[in-house]
Design a protein around this ligand. Structure first.
Ligand code: P6W
Length: 267
């Protein structure tokens, strides 16, 4: 049984703080894509290197009642496309590093990055929502954000919750993620769509961040179906077969999930 799904990503180079143009460019690029599910990078409208929490709060927006989510909802409706996008979210005085999922039917849900990386801890509160899997009809989509990949429990939990494909908005600065996601997909037999940015930011004295690009789609056998360059803005769509993720058997005698020894996984 085949369950085809066209998945893709936009690899972007946002201008810090220029929300309107960053969003406008992404809108134009999305309107040129034919896909069921497209993943955008982490913090895709603002950029990454906030100087302080106030700056982040001023650039952040509510989800789903903010302008970016509304724009993504319209794009999803116009293009019959599900979109996962990373953006800075404000709720009261708290700022989260979040991701939103929109579809043709409108707002589907959101997630707040659970594992906050390095100096992000000065800006964002740790996520207080469950690790999410959304059933979008054609697929079950899990979401994690960037540094969440470093904790194997994240992808494993999304898998055990039924994710076929993990949407992974990112702003990668360490080189290890792209190759490591091969293992995340292999050990869980899931697809992963990592959408990263390119370019660099040096808004903080003595801290220049270079983003590594290499957005990619990896399949349940750990095959890299497409990987973008390290420095160009790129858009890619590939057709995947979700049946490959729903089949957890490795051979006639081993099933990746059924063979788990939860009786031994106790500390
Ligand atoms: N924005 C991030 O969470 C970066 C995490 C470190 C990495 N994997 O590059």
């Amino acid at each position: 049984m085949k369950h085809p799904l066209k998945v893709g990503f936009l690899q972007t180079q946002p201008v810090f703080g220029d929300i309107e143009n960053n969003l406008k460019q992404v809108e134009q690029r999305l309107r040129g894509m034919d896909a069921d599910l497209v993943v955008l990078p982490e913090l895709f409208t603002t950029g990454y290197q906030f100087r302080n929490q106030k700056e982040a709060r001023d650039l952040a927006e509510p989800i789903p009642d903010g302008p970016t989510t509304r724009a993504l909802m319209k794009l999803s409706a116009d293009l019959n496309m599900h979109i996962v996008a990373g953006l800075a979210e404000v709720e009261g005085d708290t700022v989260y590093n979040s991701a939103v999922l929109t579809g043709p039917e409108g707002y589907v849900g959101k997630y707040r990055k659970a594992h906050i990386f390095d100096t992000e801890k000065n800006i964002f509160a740790a996520g207080n929502l469950p690790l999410p899997v959304f059933d979008i009809g054609k697929a079950r989509v899990g979401i994690m954000i960037c540094f969440d990949w470093r904790f194997p429990e994240t992808a494993r939990t999304l898998t055990l919750k039924g994710a076929d494909v993990i949407a992974h908005p990112s702003n990668l600065v360490l080189l290890t993620c792209p190759q490591s996601m091969i293992t995340r997909c292999l050990e869980n037999r899931v697809f992963a769509v990592t959408a990263d940015r390119v370019g660099s930011e040096s808004r903080i004295e003595g801290e220049t961040l270079r983003f590594i690009g290499q957005s990619q789609v990896v399949d349940p056998d750990g095959q890299v179906l497409v990987r973008a360059s390290e420095e160009n803005e790129e858009d890619h769509v590939v057709e995947i077969n979700l049946a490959d993720a729903r089949n957890k058997s490795i051979n006639p005698h081993n099933d990746l999930i059924a063979d788990r020894r939860e009786d031994l996984y106790r500390i």
